[in-house]
Design a protein around this ligand. Sequence first.
Ligand code: HXC
Length: 257
Amino acid sequence: MAYEQVRLERRGRAALITLNRPKALNALSADLLAELTEALDEIAEDERIGATVITGSERAFAAGADIKEMVELDPVAAYRDDFLSGWERVAAHRKPLVAAVAGYALGGGCELAMMCDFILAADNARFGMPEITLGIIPGIGGTQRLIRSVGKAKAMEMILTGRTMDAVEAERCGLVSRIVEAAELLDEAVRVAQRIASFSLPAVMAAKEAVGRANETTLAEGIRFERRLFYSLFATLDQKEGMAAFLEKREPQFRNR
Ligand code: HXC
């Protein structure tokens, strides 16, 4: 399909989705979300793709939900049509998603970055939850994901005051995995996604599912879940290949089987 509000490119075995409404600082309109989920569905079905980078522009990853679209939101229609449910499809994507964040990641933009499996931040990145300044609260997981990522004190402060944090603070509190120079961000993010995509896809998907489970369940259940997945990976040809290659001192040839 032809996209307008996002761009989808393939870089070897990695995909790159670029949010593409630069004039509106990539405000997350309904059309942009529809295209994003469509692009992710395309990636889910493409066996050649093993991981995806989601990025914006140098000025903004995304400045939040589109306020112009939201200003007249009809709550009955929002309930009836489940206005925000498309975002669950982003969070449910089963292959790894790397957020490459430069500039503003505010409100829904920060929430989208947190739906990804980890965030690489440019040194000019700014994260924040300014919804409170608009008379609302985060609506696509921000109140739940931020606390799991940075702890109660910082999550509460960010959400109750709407203040932004810079890349250094975001790295220090665990919101982002690493800071990269702005000029290097995209290349580095694509390299990271390509490295992930070079491994056995079933193992990568199991790793994502197992780590993600930690936010959903108790430690004991999470460990049982991990163990089931661990055993099941010994049914893959790629486990045989990966271990044989190590013992034979050669590079493995994974076939995603
Ligand atoms: C619609 C937006 C927008 C947004 C920016 N723009 N953010 N349009 N929705 N969220 C538009 C502006 O209207 C402007 O368009 C253009 O982008 C450039 O923005 P400026 O404000 O002129 O730029 P600047 O002065 O550099 O300020 C940048 C900024 C500011 C600090 C990021 O734009 C800002 O505060 N934006 C809103 C951030 C926010 O409150 N996000 C939370 C949204 S609520 P024109 O046409 O005037 O040039 C939310 C809820 C999520 O995300 C839950 C549901 C999904």
